[in-house]
Design a protein around this ligand. Structure first.
Ligand SMILES: Nc1nc2c(ncn2[C@@H]2O[C@H](COP(=O)(O)OP(=O)(O)O)[C@@H](O)[C@H]2O)c(=O)[nH]1
Ligand SMILES: Nc1ncnc2c1ncn2[C@@H]1O[C@H](COP(=O)(O)OP(=O)(O)O)[C@@H](O)[C@H]1O
Length: 198
């Protein structure tokens, strides 16, 4: 199965994803994205992102190696396709964390993906979180908040929406969605087997 978490910048996608993986370290495989953005302090190539230059990224696009990609505030972000295909072929469940335009490409290309939208309690708190994190300039924060309004309008294309009020609560809700979807998929698979067996 393919689970996808998306939502506006600063809503807490990274925080929720990390907490989810800490709780369930072996359950899901995290899809590491490629980006042309410069690494932030503490970020490691191949763990947080594959940090590429523009030429390398564009070559991957042209070679059809991206499941999806988007330009977001002057950088490219994309999901390498081969790894995802390999994992899904082996029956592993994959978890992606990406922005909204990429999520819509996944929606079109992988119809059975489960899309979860993470919402801020309100836009003021979104600004506060971006300011507190302190990794972006005021100009970039303003750009990201403008993008956030447009992104929230895309929520109707998702399967689930989760408000990130308290991290623990949001993680529990995401976990419940994953558990329920897995149960459903297993039940469907079992019914198919019964039909096939007559
Ligand atoms: N389309 C797409 N977006 C991605 C991918 N990886 C990360 N993003 C998104 O790009 C946006 C910017 O990411 P980043 O610069 O790490 O900032 P942060 O998520 O706000 O910490 C976020 O909304 C990410 O979820 C990807 O592979 N594809
Ligand atoms: N539920 C929450 N309540 C308060 N602050 C939060 C919450 N979730 C995340 N944050 C903080 O908000 C900032 C942005 O979170 P981050 O996970 O980097 O967002 P994103 O990956 O969506 O851009 C970080 O400083 C993080 O610690």
């Amino acid at each position: 199965m393919l689970f996808l978490l998306s939502g506006p910048s600063g809503v807490g996608k990274g925080t929720v994803r990390k907490a989810l993986f800490k709780k369930n370290p072996h359950e899901l495989l995290y899809s590491i994205s490629a980006t042309t953005r410069k690494p932030r302090r503490g970020e490691v190539d191949g763990r947080d992102y594959f940090f590429l230059n523009k030429e390398q990224f564009e070559k991957m696009i042209n070679d059809g190696q991206m499941l999806e990609y988007a330009q977001y505030v002057n950088s490219y972000y994309g999901t390498p396709k081969t790894w995802i295909d390999e994992q899904r072929d082996q029956g592993n469940d994959v978890f992606m964390e990406i922005e909204v335009n990429g999520a819509m490409q996944v929606r079109a290309k992988v119809p059975d993906a489960i899309l979860i939208f993470l919402l801020p309690p309100d836009l003021m708190q979104l600004r506060n979180r971006l300011e507190l994190r302190g990794t972006e300039s005021d100009e970039v924060i303003n750009q990201r908040l403008k993008t956030a309004r447009e992104e929230i309008l895309m929520m109707t294309n998702y399967d689930y929406a989760v408000v990130n009020d308290k991290v623990d609560k949001a993680v529990k809700k995401v976990q419940t969605i994953i558990d329920a979807e897995r149960l459903k998929a297993n039940r469907l698979a079992n019914s198919y087997i019964k039909i096939l067996e007559g």
